[in-house]
Design a protein. Sequence first.
Length: 108
Amino acid sequence: LAYCMSAVLAALAGILYTAYLGQGSSESGIGYELNAVAAAVVGGCSLQGGLGTAFGAGLGVALLVIVINGTALLIKRDATLWEGIIVGAVVILAVAVNRFRIGSAKGG
């Protein structure tokens, strides 16, 4: 059921994104993979699986949107390059915090 819902929602998102752009392109979604993984990880989902909530993922998306839009506003030259670097740093920081949180919860 989860995979079916995921597929239906992904198809709906693709249709809406195509309508938003006003055209269909095979390259229109390139680069969003890092943002999707980053949003989930920042929201508290573990890369090893088994942890995380939909609410946490939503908070991760909100934080990531703030970071990406803030990067675009603050950096005028090569904002896309710096956006990738900053999102990567945020993912590394979130994984480190998640690892520390799980390690301290287990007692060591």
